[in-house]
Design a protein around this ligand. Structure first.
Ligand SMILES: CC(C)(COP(=O)(O)OP(=O)(O)OC[C@H]1O[C@@H](n2cnc3c(N)ncnc32)[C@H](O)[C@@H]1OP(=O)(O)O)[C@@H](O)C(=O)NCCC(=O)NCCS
Length: 182
């Protein structure tokens, strides 16, 4: 079955990344300010971006993760994803994924992450057969906390010293949203 993953919102076009996007994404993913709270480092060489884009495409083909370039007209301004898709564990049905997102620094503060995330959360429940979506942000990431609240995610855990970045341990705040809650 051919599935069309393209989504149009009020201000944005969301579409899966392709290898044609590598150069444009590399420019955005070189930004150290962007990665302060993220699990990846700013890209130093374009081969890193190419490998990432290829892994995103493979994940999507294998129902492991779904990714969308956030675009204004033809310009990419960020990436939003439903990652780590889990359908089952042994005899249990899970149908869960984790929301992840970034918007390029110059485009932040315009409501784009909220609009894009709202659209893919709805898409995940309606078209990717997800039952539950989780999301986590570093405790100090106030902008990300606002997005979780605006999308009606409910906090279910405060994980202490969840990851170390640049020599410092950081807490993670975890949230969940169920299909029936939207
Ligand atoms: C978190 C992030 C995706 C938010 O993107 P965004 O498009 O700016 O978010 P939105 O504009 O939809 O809204 C987020 C809230 O944070 C506020 N905000 C965003 N950037 C801001 C800034 N630089 N200064 C002050 N407030 C800011 C917005 O005004 C909004 O708050 P409001 O509801 O009170 O108006 C973006 O800051 C980002 O990419 N950060 C780096 C990557 C990251 O941390 N990703 C999340 C990992 S969990």
């Amino acid at each position: 079955m051919l599935v069309d993953y393209n989504i149009t919102t009020n201000k944005l076009i969301l579409r899966p990344p392709t290898t044609n996007d590598v150069e444009e994404l590399f420019v955005l993913m070189q930004d150290n300010d962007l990665t302060r709270f993220l699990s990846w480092e700013a890209h130093k060489i374009i081969d890193t971006t190419r490998a990432v884009v290829e892994s995103l495409i493979t994940a999507q083909q294998n129902d492991k993760g779904y990714h969308w370039c956030v675009c204004i007209e033809n310009k990419i301004i960020g990436l939003v994803s439903l990652i780590d898709v889990k359908r089952t564990i042994r005899t249990w049905t899970l149908n869960r994924a984790e929301l992840s997102y970034w918007i390029s620094t110059p485009q932040q503060g315009n409501g784009y992450a909220t609009e894009a995330c709202r659209a893919i959360v709805q898409y995940g429940f309606e078209h990717i057969q997800l039952h539950k979506i989780i999301v986590a942000h570093a405790a100090e990431n106030a902008e990300s906390a606002k997005i979780c609240a605006k999308l009606n995610f409910k906090q279910y855990a405060h994980e202490h010293q969840a990851f170390m970045k640049e020599g410092k341990w950081n807490d993670l705040i975890w949230y969940e949203l169920f299909k029936k809650a939207i």
